[in-house]
Structures are given as structure tokens and as C-alpha cells.
Design a binder for this molecule. Structure first.
Ligand SMILES: Cc1cc2nc3c(=O)[nH]c(=O)nc-3n(C[C@H](O)[C@H](O)[C@H](O)COP(=O)(O)O)c2cc1C
Length: 169
């Protein structure tokens, strides 16, 4: 079983990276072979090598980042062209959002999960959105307890993947 955790960040505090690394560590402890990388390092052609794809993004103006949205656009295009069919591959979505932006709302993790379902990916566990708090100007940090929730998300995903045959394609 090989899993890929791909994430993007918007701000220099990199809260989404912290969540991604926590999830990757949790998966490593249970399923072993896990790669965690920023989306800028992720090659579309490499996705077929993984049994499970986990994708995360901060919520920026109610949406995932441009890079994450673009990844899904490219996957849809490759699917339409018959160049790749990720259908059935195990997946899960995560993200970060801030109660300080509650007037905007939005939840990138849920948007990513919906895009996964459009591609017929096999979403194994419900999307996880970690909350971040704004302390000063642009000083975001993960709210208390969110790392523990990310660990639980990883553990639930690993359990869901347990016993699942290799689906790399
Ligand atoms: C320009 C900008 C727009 C944002 N828009 C939203 C939003 O619409 N909804 C929300 O809940 N949080 C919003 N946030 C808060 C981010 O989701 C939060 O800071 C996130 O954790 C940043 O992740 P990062 O540290 O990995 O870049 C926004 C933050 C910035 C800087």
C-alpha cells in the first residue's frame, strides 16, 4: 500500500503543511509507504503509482488554492482524453479554514472531496477541515486540538485502507 499526501499553502505560517505532515506521519505508522509533498513538487503522471491519494489546501476566498483547483482541472482533462482513469482509487481530502474568516465561510476540504467524487475517486473517510486562529496581522496558527484531530483522521483513513488490495493505476 502506497499513499501520497499532497498539499498547498497560502501563507508563510504553513498551517496546511503542518496538518499534511501530521497526516503523513500517522499513515506511515500504520501503512508504511507514504510520500508527503507540496503540490509544486507533485507530478501528475506519478499519481498512478499510488494506491491512495490524500489532497489538502487552505480555504482561500471559500475555495482551495488555484494550484489545487488546477490539479483537478488537469485530472478531469486527462480523464476525458483517456490518458488517465483514477476512478476507484482510494482518496481523502483535508484542509484548513479560519473562524476569523467566518463572514466568508467556505471549506476547502469539502470542495476537494466533491471534486474527488466527480472523478469517481473512492473517498474513504469524510473530509477533515482543521481550524486556524488569527492572533495578529497574518499570524495564523492551528487551533488547540487540531493536530490531535488530524492524527485521528490519519488513523481512520489507515483503518479504512487496511486490507484494501493495491489499486495503483
Ligand atoms: C487571502 C486569504 C483568504 C482567506 N479566505 C478564507 C475563507 O474564505 N474562508 C476561511 O475560512 N478562511 C480563509 N482564510 C484563512 C485561511 O484558510 C487560513 O489562514 C489557512 O490556514 C492558511 O493556510 P496556510 O497557513 O497553509 O497557508 C483566508 C486567508 C487568507 C490569507
Amino acid at each position: 500500500m502506497k499513499a501520497l499526501v499532497v498539499y498547498d499553502c497560502e501563507t508563510s505560517t504553513k498551517c496546511t503543511e503542518q496538518v499534511a505532515k501530521t497526516i503523513a506521519d500517522g499513515l506511515k505508522a500504520k501503512i508504511g509507504d507514504v510520500v508527503c509533498q507540496p503540490i509544486s513538487d507533485c507530478k501528475l503522471s506519478s499519481l498512478k503509482d499510488y494506491d491512495c491519494i490524500v489532497i489538502g489546501s487552505p480555504t482561500i476566498y471559500r475555495q482551495p488554492t488555484r494550484a489545487v483547483t488546477s490539479l483537478f482541472e488537469q485530472l478531469q482533462q486527462m480523464k476525458l482524453l483517456g490518458m488517465m482513469n483514477p476512478g476507484g482509487k482510494a482518496s481523502a481530502a483535508f484542509g484548513t479554514l479560519s473562524p476569523n474568516w467566518s463572514w466568508q465561510g467556505g471549506n476547502s476540504a469539502q470542495v476537494i472531496e466533491a471534486k474527488m467524487k466527480e472523478l469517481n475517486l473512492n473517498v474513504m473517510v469524510p473530509a477533515f477541515a482543521a481550524k486556524v486562529n488569527l492572533k495578529g496581522d497574518y499570524d495564523y496558527s492551528l487551533a488547540e486540538g487540531e493536530i490531535a484531530k488530524a492524527q485521528t483522521f490519519a488513523s481512520d483513513l489507515a483503518n479504512a485502507l487496511a486490507g484494501k488490495p493495491s489499486a495503483a493505476k
